[in-house]
Design a protein around this ligand. Structure first.
Ligand SMILES: [Zn+2]
Length: 615
């Protein structure tokens, strides 16, 4: 459930106390109350209700509805609808990678049933950044919603275009794109006044969004972190967000809400990478996320400096570097990149391979290298292998397996448990505290992570004195209404069940198909083909048995012959009198009784498929 306290929060018209106003205006680092030093935080005293009294012409429909359609109970399929009267703005359309109990599913996308019949109200879809958990569902969802205009920074839009083109050749021409070239740009989308702000994240061109409506102003940084000593740019100050039109709702991505470890700075991380690359006795193989364009660029610069060559391996990585180069975001030093099939022509200590696959994905470059299936690269004992990445929640096991296999082949494997060679794009606990203090919102709504992260983020907010009844923890499908009286969580919810994508099918694989797949995966299947004489109602000859994934038939002759006997008995009993026979009943009897029989003999429950042929 969604709300911490009662449903209606925020009582009308309390005057703003001077101390609250001070916090709202406080400059970074100055005059700020030090909440962490308090033994008992005075809950609710720092954040005052700044709502105006209900206006005389207040109408119930004058409200802002926030509806997270995905991303509030998992990592991925991030998508939020903002609705004010007849206007809808959408933020992000992400995908979620399948979980272990979703055999055969390619990915999961947000459920858009809530938007059915409201397509004409959609004023625009804003993409906060180009990660797949924010743009991956766009090729499927945009056409279903009548191709509304899409808004994002150049790299993000280019990535959406590529994704669309990849899935549906030619479809990117239909996209109506609005490039946010300058973050100072503002735009009106129906009743929404939209503006943007700079955030730090693990991909270039990430941006935060401000959606101002007459009822409330939403501040949504998308995915974010606070980089303390960034290279080549200034540290981002978020305190300007405290000065925008109130009441404000801070919707905060909270994936780092359990990270107590002090954040590594970009400077330290790059220094470590540089030292490892410089001191490597043989080749260096670095795996990182394909969207880590900045880091790849840094490595290219290091390589140039110390006269090494770099081979990039991984389709998406090469594509992203190409896009960023085309947009003029990065400049690749001349002559540093070589193709991976030429790597062996250079001395080992002159070669760096940057590749995808740090999540243990089977088909990605690193997995193929480790498995010995890569055409041009095989691991050697004195290779240095660096994971400049972290396991995405859910991938821990495949990453562990990959590391095990790597440690068998190389003596020099480095990852962030040993040495800081990666920084996360998601802020830790300290950063979340800082963000809440700097923005000083009227409402706090943790989003974009599993439920327990959202709850932890709520705890962090309470720990620094944020009023409990101003914290909203949404579920997927929650409808949270803001009007002049405060925030209200609606009883009804928008549909948010999984929509599975499998091959070309979207949403056609449902619960039932999935349950069958799980059953097949667990105990296999068992097909019984019985030919039955119409006149006598008896089985002709011996029933055929076909089985997959249940037992090895050749070694189970006894079990099979007993099963055949059982089938003959069941058919005799249920149809043996001849004449009009209820064949559905006969099949059900075979299914149930053979199922019970196999279960008592093997303690397994394969899927049983009886096929009855009358002759
Ligand atoms: Zn992201």
């Amino acid at each position: 459930m969604i709300i911490e306290e009662k449903n209606m929060v925020g009582q009308p018209a309390q005057p703003v106390k001077p101390e609250a106003a001070q916090i709202a205006r406080a400059k970074p680092g100055k005059n700020r109350t030090n909440y962490s030093n308090r033994t008992k935080p005075a809950i609710g005293s720092e954040w005052q209700n700044t709502f105006p009294a209900p206006k005389k012409n207040w109408k119930p429909e004058n409200n802002l509805k926030i509806i997270p359609l995905g991303g509030c109970e998992e990592v991925g399929r991030n998508m939020t609808c903002f609705e004010y009267g007849q206007d809808i703005v959408i933020l992000d359309m992400g995908l979620q990678f399948p979980e272990e109990d979703m055999p055969g599913i390619d990915y999961v996308i947000p459920n858009i049933e809530y938007l059915k019949g409201k397509e004409k109200n959609i004023r625009g879809v804003i993409f906060s950044h180009g990660h797949l958990d924010h743009i991956g569902a766009a090729p499927i969802l945009l056409p279903k919603l009548g191709n509304p205009q899409i808004i994002g920074r150049p790299l993000t839009i280019e990535m959406v275009k590529h994704r669309v083109e990849d899935l549906y050749h030619g479809a990117s021409k239909k996209l109506r794109t609005v490039y946010v070239k300058d973050l100072q740009e503002k735009m009106n989308l129906g009743a929404f006044k939209v503006s943007f702000f700079q955030v730090d994240h693990a991909i270039m061109d990430a941006m935060g969004v401000i959606l101002e409506t007459p009822s409330a102003t939403v501040i949504h940084p998308g995915d974010w972190t606070i980089e303390k000593s960034p290279i080549g740019r200034k540290e981002i100050d978020y305190s300007h967000l405290a000065r925008i039109k109130r009441p404000t709702v801070l919707m905060l991505e909270s994936l780092g809400a359990t990270k107590a470890k002090e954040a590594v700075t970009e400077e330290e991380m790059l220094k470590n990478l540089y030292e490892l690359i410089t001191g490597a006795p043989g080749r260096v193989i670095i795996t990182t996320f394909s969207s880590q364009i900045q880091r790849i660029r840094q490595i290219l610069e290091f390589a140039t400096k110390i006269n090494k060559k770099v081979a990039l391996d991984g389709f998406s990585m090469k594509l992203n570097i190409e896009l960023a180069t085309k947009l003029g975001y990065i400049k690749i030093p001349k002559g540093v990149i070589i193709s991976v099939d030429k790597a062996h022509t250079y001395p080992d200590n002159k070669v760096i391979v940057i590749c995808t696959g740090g999540q243990g994905e089977e088909m990605a470059a690193l997995s193929r290298i480790v498995a010995g299936n890569h055409r041009h690269v095989k691991i050697k004992k004195d290779d240095t292998v660096i994971f400049s990445s972290s396991a995405i929640p859910g991938n821990e096991r495949s990453v562990q397996r990959l590391k095990d296999n790597l440690y068998r082949q190389s003596d020099n494997v480095y990852h962030s448990d040993i040495i800081d060679v990666h920084i996360s794009g998601h802020s830790n606990i300290e950063g979340i505290k800082q963000m809440i203090r700097d923005v000083s919102p009227d409402y706090f709504m943790p989003v974009y992570a599993n439920h327990y992260f959202l709850k932890e983020a709520a705890k962090i907010a309470r720990g620094i004195g944020f009023a409990k009844d101003r914290i909203l923890v949404p579920d997927n499908g929650s409808i949270i209404k803001f009007d002049n009286r405060g925030a209200e969580v609606q009883k009804e919810k928008a549909p948010s069940s999984y929509v599975f994508v499998d091959g070309l099918g979207v949403g056609d694989v449902g619960e039932i198909v999935l349950r069958d797949r799980q059953m097949l995966a667990e105990d296999g299947m068992f097909v019984i083909v019985a030919i039955i004489d119409k006149k006598t109602g008896r089985v002709k000859g011996s029933p055929d048995i076909i089985s997959r994934g249940f037992v090895y038939l050749r070694e189970s002759k006894d079990l099979l012959s007993q099963t055949r006997k059982k089938v003959i008995e069941i058919v005799d009993k249920s149809a043996g009198h001849g004449g009009a026979v209820n064949w559905t009943y006969v099949k059900d009897e075979i299914r149930n009784k053979v199922g019970d029989f196999l279960s008592t003999r093997t303690s397994r429950r394969p899927m049983i498929l009886p096929v009855v042929i009358e002759v």
